[in-house]
Design a protein around this ligand. Structure first.
Ligand SMILES: [Zn+2]
Length: 327
């Protein structure tokens, strides 16, 4: 069978896997991202992931026909070169990763931003299947987003489009590492919510959040926050509602501008077992503030493909190179 290979490059791990033409995962693995060892090692590590999949395919009797790469940063749509900033992985800046992998494997290789790959995966095979206009948001250490407009990834002429994480929701807010003030991800990312939960634990040492942090050896986590909420802790509830409303304000602008049929939310906060309450807060707030009648009934739901979305979407984008598809 002809199969498609996908590589999702993160700051810590490179996740990779092979899919069949219907998007089913046939193989998946991960390897440490060798970002601290310099550029040559980083690129060798990425190429090794492609080679590992090719070796597996040989044994399994499959024929790899394309590779796709999901990368941090902006990918210049003309040169395919990774543009800064990529704060968690600087060794790939200025490199055409698709060319590197293509040269090493002999397979046609596509590349796009990692959040765009995740959005493409949800559009092709996940929660957004059959929906040609959607916004896919990943709420993790930061906030990533990919926009599918009229069945295609919307990235703008320079590849910078469809990025919600650094949209300002409070121009008088705290300074963001990007240099701006009050960016959405300072308030509503999983890291931001966990940081606020840690502050709440400091302020109330006898409270549930502080007790859970102590139990977890001093580490505050998304899971502990939801656990405190489930136990009836009012501070945990307040933090979840607040972050949901902040996220909704960021998404709302995009909903009013792009008129999507669906908003799909994934990542560390949405993936928690008890995330339903938080997700409903996000959905209700978007709908109640939306400008259009359709926005008042907008579909807002959970992503379906989890952590695999990045490499699945990358592989599916690679598949377009050999199928000559435009969808
Ligand atoms: Zn920012």
């Amino acid at each position: 069978m002809n199969i498609h290979l996908g590589i999702d490059i993160g700051g810590t791990w490179v996740k990779y896997g092979a899919i069949d033409p219907e998007g089913h995962i046939l193989f998946a693995d991960r390897a440490p991202t060798r970002g601290k060892e310099g550029q040559a090692a980083t690129l060798a590590g990425i190429v090794d992931c492609a080679r590992a999949m090719i070796a597996w395919a040989d044994k399994a009797g499959h024929q790899p026909v394309s590779v796709g790469i999901g990368s941090p940063g902006t990918i210049n749509p003309r040169t395919h070169v990774v543009q800064p900033p990529t704060p968690n992985l600087t060794t790939i800046i200025g490199v055409n990763l698709a060319e590197v992998v293509e040269r090493a494997t002999g397979l046609p290789t596509a590349i796009d931003n990692d959040a765009n790959c995740a959005a493409w995966a949800e559009h092709k095979y996940g929660a957004g299947r059959g929906i040609d206009d959607l916004i896919c948001i990943t709420v993790g250490s930061g906030i990533g987003s990919g926009f599918i407009v009229d069945g295609r990834i919307f990235a703008g002429p320079n590849g910078n489009g469809g990025e919600l994480g650094h949209v300002t929701i409070d121009w008088q807010g705290p300074r963001c590492p990007c240099g701006n003030h009050g960016c959405l991800e300072l308030y509503a990312s999983a890291n931001a919510v966990v940081r606020k939960a840690g502050d709440a634990a400091d302020a109330a040492p006898a409270g549930t959040l502080a007790q859970l942090r102590k139990r977890d050896n001093g580490a505050m986590t998304v899971a502990a926050l939801f656990e405190a909420f489930a136990a009836g802790d009012q501070e945990a509830r307040r933090l979840l509602v607040e972050s949901a409303h902040q996220l909704a304000m960021g998404i709302l602008g995009a909903v009013n501008l792009f008129d999507p049929e669906a908003v799909i939310i994934g990542g560390g906060l949405a993936d928690a077992d008890t995330a339903g309450f938080w997700l409903k807060q996000v959905a209700d707030r978007i709908r109640s503030y939306a400008f259009s009648a359709e926005g008042k009934n907008l579909s807002v739901g959970k992503a379906a493909l989890g952590n695999d979305a990045g490499f699945i979407g990358a592989a599916a984008l690679g598949a377009l190179l050999v199928r000559g598809e435009s969808d």
